[in-house]
Design a protein around this ligand. Structure first.
Ligand code: PHE
Length: 348
């Protein structure tokens, strides 16, 4: 009996020292296996209890239980301690230095083509125009015929384009949206729309020409809509786009779908109208074509030209952007040079 108690004492000592000396959780786990598992040293003491005299068994049993619970408690206390130490260590090693400056995100910028497209539309929207989307792929009917350009019309020569195999083509002008809008407006009542989009022509690319370019088409139809309304609307647009001091000039021109037709110039911002390299010495820069809607176009769209009239215009988006930002080459809009694009931001 003495010897079992003595043995228990020495195992307890040994276990407590081993627990004490465990440097980490895995070492502690090994100690646990050695002493506290089913076949561990502390448990095996219990199995020796049956060799003890029945009279002393109670006392010895109580001592063995004490040994077990002492070792278990020591183990649990050490386990908690090591856990905390590990968390401390992790916190220390993964510490974030909140005084370091943050990494700034590089935010993309919008291509000036789209900045100006949206600005043109915003200006007209503020005047009550609706925005209508057209399609890049068109039929000859909408791109030419309904715009008073029948098959053999010589004006088609200036607008050669890319033809698809199914008889469709890439539209040469957003004016195609005029024909669609007139046709789709079942009320045949007053209309006020702008339609932005891409156009395509078989042009050689140079500083001012691209086989692909953008236009914003405008169309107003109603009772008594006159050239004076066109002039007033465009003068207001130009002032909003280029500044209060800018003037417009209407030059007589020709488009098959407008009569009379005009080309609209804006006074040169660089020289204020005196003449410089930017305006090629004239003091004026052309930005759009316009005119009173031709009666044939109204008729084909289902309107009665004796009752209503209208005006239309087509603004070149790149042209406006080039003037507004002083961009020298139209090809820059399509080259995706990040150094160029980063310079443009939406102005509030
Ligand atoms: N569609 C013409 C062009 O591309 C511009 C225009 C639009 C002229 C509307 C008159 C009216 O040159």
């Amino acid at each position: 009996m003495e010897s079992l108690i003595a043995k228990a004492k020495s195992i307890q000592e040994e276990a407590l020292t081993a627990i004490e000396e465990s440097k980490d959780l895995s070492a502690l786990l090994e100690v646990r296996n050695k002493y506290l598992s089913k076949k561990g040293l502390v448990s095996s003491l219990m199995s020796e209890l049956k060799t003890v005299d029945a009279s002393a068994r109670g006392e010895v049993g109580a001592t063995l239980n004490m040994t077990r619970s002492t070792v278990l408690k020591a183990f649990e206390a050490k386990e908690t301690l090591l856990h905390e130490e590990e968390i401390e260590r992790k916190l220390e090693s993964e510490r974030v230095d909140i005084t370091l400056p943050g990494r700034s995100l590089s935010v993309g910028s919008i291509n000036p083509f789209y900045l100006i497209r949206d600005e043109i539309c915003d200006i007209f929207a503020s005047l009550g125009f609706h925005i209508v989307e057209g399609d890049d792929i068109e039929s000859e009917r909408y791109n030419f015929e309904l715009l008073n350009m029948p098959h053999d019309h010589p004006a088609r020569d200036m607008q050669d384009t890319f033809y698809l195999t199914n008889g469709l083509l890439l539209r040469t002008q957003t004016s195609a949206a005029q024909a669609h809008t007139l046709e789709e407006d079942l009320s045949k009542g007053p209309l006020r729309i702008v339609s932005p989009g891409k156009c395509y022509r078989r042009d050689d690319d140079d500083m001012t020409h691209s086989h692909q370019f953008g236009q914003v088409e405008g169309l107003v139809v109603g009772k008594g809509v006159s050239m004076a309304d066109l002039k007033g609307t465009l003068a207001l647009f130009v002032r909003k786009m280029f500044g209060e001091k800018r003037k417009i000039r209407l030059r007589s021109s020709y488009f098959p779908f407008t009569e009379p037709s005009v080309e609209v110039d804006v006074s040169c911002a660089k020289c204020g109208g005196k003449g410089c390299s930017m305006c090629k010495g004239t003091g004026w820069i052309e930005i759009l074509g316009a005119g009173e809607v031709h009666p044939n176009v109204l008729k084909m769209g289902g309107y009665n030209p004796k009752e209503v009239s209208g005006f239309a215009f087509g603004v070149g988006i790149e042209r406006v952007a080039m003037l507004r930002y002083g961009i020298d080459d139209i090809r820059r809009f399509y080259q995706n040079d990040a150094r160029f694009l980063a310079g443009f931001h939406k102005e509030d």
